[in-house]
Write a protein that binds this ligand. Sequence first.
Ligand code: ADP
Ligand code: ZN
Length: 619
Amino acid sequence: MTAPRLDDSLVPLLHEVFGYSAFRGAQQEIVEHVCADGDALVLMPTGGGKSLCYQVPAIARHRAGRGLTVVVSPLIALMHDQVGALEEAGVNAAYLNSSLTFDEAQRIEREMMSGRLVMLYAAPERLTTPRFLSQLDSLYERGLLSLFAIDEAHCVSQWGHDFRVDYLGLNVLHERFANVPRIALTATADDLTRADIIERLQLEQASVFISSFDRPNIRYAIVEKDNARAQLRRFILDEHTGDAGIVYCQSRKKVEETAAWLNGEGISALAYHAGLDAGVRRDHQDRFLREDGIVMVATIAFGMGIDKPDVRFVAHLDLPKSVEGYYQETGRGGRDGNPATAWLAYGLQDVVQQRKMAETSDGDAAHRRRLGQNLDAMLALCETVECRRTQLLAYFGQPGTAACGNCDTCTSPPRTWDGTVPAQKFLSAIVRLAQRRQRYGAGHVIDILLGTTNARIESLDHTSLTVFGIGADLDATQWRGIVRQLLAQRLLAVGTDGYGTLELTDDSAAVLRGERAVWLRTEAPRTARRSGTGSSRKAKATDVPLDSPGEALFEQLRAWRGETAKAAGLPAYVIFHDATLRQIASVRPTTSDELSGISGLGAAKLEKYGDAVLAITAA
Ligand code: ADP
Ligand code: ZN
């Protein structure tokens, strides 16, 4: 097949269809590579602009007579908005999934087989059915199968945080349609996951494009859990009143309770987890996407592929199981590039709980070891006294970046102190109990050190232990902080009995013998911590500044957009992003020529909405 020259027309195409004047970062290189039939693995952070990396080649290749691009995407619920956005831009796109009626599916299949369709979104389980594959065979034979785009490619890896068994079947694409280029994309992949993606999708020949994983507009904050609900409430009220956000919890029950509680506190919240009725889930997701200022309380089942650009905060009430998970989940904030906050509260119970789960998890020893390592890395991020972003980027293979000034450890550096003596006291208590062939959880051991007398302590005769009361110089909260950090540093372990009892590790002995010092972190004083929020207020600073007639015009445009979106059954941002409306409000274009210079306004939208917008700006 002789390739028509595609790349000369790529920037004009970008402008014509999407209304953008230039590619961003590695986009151009990727798009050119794929247009020239190259395979690609693209690692780019959320909000980096992955979609255009396959959408632009899909359109360019279709115009050059190459036919259909098939986009593999894991969540059928989200295809609707993605396809809606393409249709708004005048691109013939569709999705096939179980939500369609028989007639609709038939119509789309006809469109696909005719060669007119530019992009088809499908879930992996649909793609690998014999029926679908034989339809692709027919397109392939006619030279009308152009490209495969595999979105959320980390789903193919068992090491990833989001493994989906259906993704394993995707190697059939390469085996069956060897000449069709493939582009795989993901927002998160450490070295192991990356190697896994390449192996399982047989992408050995692919060029790998790695963008920086930095999300400079996200401010990271990790706080010690004290009263998590009260802390969450303060965080939202202080920094994100009226903003859209996501609150992640580990269990369904906690999701529902937290959502109900937030509503009681006057914060509009909805619940989302896999146990809810599909209709309710859909309704909640729709409202989150379409209404302003909703807080979604969810298990991590929610959020992948959510394209909502203006999520202003992501809060975790439970410790994520890995740094990848944390990065992926927090990455759902601030896709529009405006400031967002990633906030996590964690404490001793989280550490005990997660260590217990890692130790007693199903699967082989290698799997458990991997879980343990994931947790270690997550804990190291939580306990670091250095810049969180530096640490995060080092984890993703970008070591040595300078302190960012936009995370909690940068704005209020925690102090470190020599905690060897208290560590020895705590470990000694474990030794004394072990001599009596006893094991207890953190709470009871702390009671012993504090010299608390209660019925349990007395009936167990723990007042007679030599360590009884030797830790009364500290309070229970301080002790919990110490135990948490000993667990994080693996100087203490959670037993496999499933009760959260504590035991020594191989490294504990050196501490007990005085051969190893233990450095611990102190939280910065609360007042100091809050002073950092001034600079991180939801700054509209990066937005186009508007004078007051400009603001009024912006509000008018927003109102028009709201009605238009509602009539089309689409989220408002699919019609126009806030940034586009702000620019219109600032420039006040009066002709369609002037309007076409606005970023985010392509030919199809100009045609469709130009008159309506000009009617508002001219009024
Ligand atoms: P990802 O899938 O990597 O999370 P998206 O593809 O959703 O990111 O893009 C994030 C945002 O950036 C979107 O609003 C998109 O329209 C915008 N965007 C992407 N590329 C460009 C570009 N070249 N110029 C302007 N905006 C862009
Ligand atoms: Zn920092």
